[in-house]
Ligand binder design. Structure first.
Ligand SMILES: [Ca+2]
Ligand SMILES: [Ca+2]
Length: 210
């Protein structure tokens, strides 16, 4: 995949794959690619899943109808490979769709409510409150006043934040610069603040995605 070197301060939404024990979701073999990062607003990329279920409790992996990789802009919006458009799923509109967002070193989140659909365009805003993500405050956290985002620190992408992420990912990356899984605050450097500000307060948490 492409590499990104984010210089922004947006600790939500990022992703890359490293070969450790991961959630099965990372077996994704999609064909999305770009020759270059489309614009400077792009922070990183995420994997999107759509699940067709009557309610969130029923939105298990077996209900997934499609998934694709997409970019995240610095304002938190998710965009297609051109860096501007809405991600496109080649599927007829379905009334009860839930969305799951996966990211390489943050805990995956699922919408607690069905997506709002108008003329084939689906919308969902995770940022407005604890209840927007399935599992509430266990699923994500308030990362700024009134703004909710993904929990960072899952360096090995296994769905839990614990000592493995610190010892096996953050520590070997320590002192290095670049697109690294141990860079939990996404400033392109792996330093103490990644551990203290991001990993430590989130340690013990696990994804609430079914
Ligand atoms: Ca982990
Ligand atoms: Ca960092």
């Amino acid at each position: 995949m492409y590499h990104l070197n984010s210089k922004t301060e947006y600790p939500f939404f990022v992703l890359k794959i490293r070969c450790v024990t991961k959630l099965q979701i990372w077996d994704y073999t999609g064909s999305e690619s770009v020759a270059s990062i489309p614009n400077t607003d792009v922070v990183d990329w995420v994997l999107i899943e759509l699940r067709d279920a009557p309610d969130a409790v029923s939105a298990t992996p077996a209900t997934m109808i499609g998934r694709l990789a997409a970019f995240v802009s610095k304002d938190g919006s998710i965009v297609d490979m051109d860096g501007v458009s809405n991600p496109y799923f080649p599927h007829a509109p379905i009334p009860q769709l839930f969305v799951v967002i996966w990211h390489r070193n943050h805990l995956g989140i699922m919408s607690a409510y069905p997506l709002t659909e108008i003329s084939g365009i689906y919308n969902y805003d995770f940022t407005t409150g604890a209840d927007e993500a399935y599992g509430g405050a266990n699923g994500h956290k308030e990362i700024g006043t009134g703004i909710w985002g993904m929990r960072g620190g899952d360096g090995n992408s296994d769905g839990d934040i614990n000592n493995l992420d610190k010892n096996d990912i953050w520590l070997p990356d320590y002192g290095n610069t670049g697109y690294l899984n141990g860079d939990f605050n996404m400033d392109s450097q792996v330093l103490d603040d990644d551990k203290i500000d991001i990993w430590q307060p989130n340690s013990g948490k696990g994804t609430q995605v079914l």
